[in-house]
Design a protein. Structure first.
Length: 99
């Protein structure tokens, strides 16, 4: 876990732990909401879910255009979190179909 986009290369490139999904809370990246998405996209192809208290339609669209796979509005419901695994499976299936 981190609160800085600058820490991401070290965390994502850590060979000891494989990261399949990043959940980014906008409260921690308020300086530039899209910097984190762009930084992750430049490092690797990893699924990113964005979470925020007041997620507007324009924000959702911008996040999806910049690499997020899904946007969740707080308060989170248990069913929201239970379904996140589906995005990872879907990405793996998409990747395999391209081979």
């Amino acid at each position: 876990a981190t609160t800085s986009a600058d820490d991401l290369p070290l965390i994502i490139n850590n060979k000891d732990e494989k990261i399949d999904l990043v959940v980014a809370e906008f409260r921690f990246i308020e300086k530039n909401k899209y910097e984190l998405l762009e930084k992750i996209r430049s490092i690797c192809d990893i699924s990113v879910v964005v979470v925020g208290a007041c997620v507007k339609d324009t924000t959702i669209s911008e996040c999806l255009c910049r690499g997020a796979i899904f946007c969740l509005e707080k308060p989170l419901m248990e069913r929201d979190l239970k379904n996140l695994w589906q995005y990872k499976v879907r990405r793996q299936q998409d990747f395999r179909s391209q081979i």
